[in-house]
Design a protein around this ligand. Sequence first.
Ligand code: HEC
Ligand code: HEC
Length: 211
Amino acid sequence: MNMLSGFTKFTTVFIVALASAASAFAAGDPAAGERQAAACAACHGQDGATPLAPDYPKLAGQNEKYALAQLKMIQDGTRNILLMAGQLDGKSEQDLADLAAYYASLPAKGGQASGTDEALAIGEQIYKGGIAAKGVAACAACHSPNGNGNTQAGFPRINGQPVAYTIAQLTAYREKVRATDEAWGGMMRGVAEGLTDTEMALVADYIQGLN
Ligand code: HEC
Ligand code: HEC
């Protein structure tokens, strides 16, 4: 009897320990994330989709895996964002997961392209077909045809992002200033290497209008 209750107690403790260990690595809690997000809204917008400046990113609807990975790299300086200095100080991995879950839970908001039909057709061609002659892979292959990304893999949603933000990121990858794709074998640096400024601008405008 004693042994049995001892065993029950042990298994209960064991299961609770397992569950909390799992939750430390599992999905964040959007409500807990929302409670930390007031400071973020100043730049990323109350709805996470109306950034203060044209080169600030939308966060709403971004997949959790990607957002969490970026938050960790912003916190440890791998991705150096001066404007976010101090914003993530003292936050635990769970806090970051909660923030990522919160933004993932918000509805994404699309944008609109501004180029001519001709310019957009070239942007679309790059997005969907890449540039074979230069070995540039099709963006759609990883970011999906509608730009929603790939939640499972943690490939980011890029549709609806402001043109200036997308150009800034592609340029940063090309100049190797942004190296957050290390875990992916540098795949975005490889893609961006093959793009001229003009091609970046064309594909960025197409992406802004993607939904
Ligand atoms: C003072 C403005 C400012 C504040 C406040 C701010 N951010 Fe940012 N954030 C930025 C800018 C600017 C960038 C993009 C920088 C770049 O070009 O790489 C960014 C990038 C990000 C990214 C990467 C997005 C992507 O698509 O890769 C995430 C995630 C993020 N911020 C989350 C947060 C969270 C969470 C908070 C609040 C705890 C916050 N930010 C507060 C300005 C801000
Ligand atoms: C082989 C897969 C792959 C291909 C092809 C690819 N990407 Fe990416 N892209 C990624 C991954 C993975 C990341 C996230 C890397 C990181 O953590 O920095 C990313 C990140 C990005 C970002 C930064 C997103 C943000 O919120 O900061 C932009 C912009 C982007 N890609 C645009 C493009 C464009 C435009 C093309 C086509 C010319 C393209 N990608 C082709 C996999 C790919």
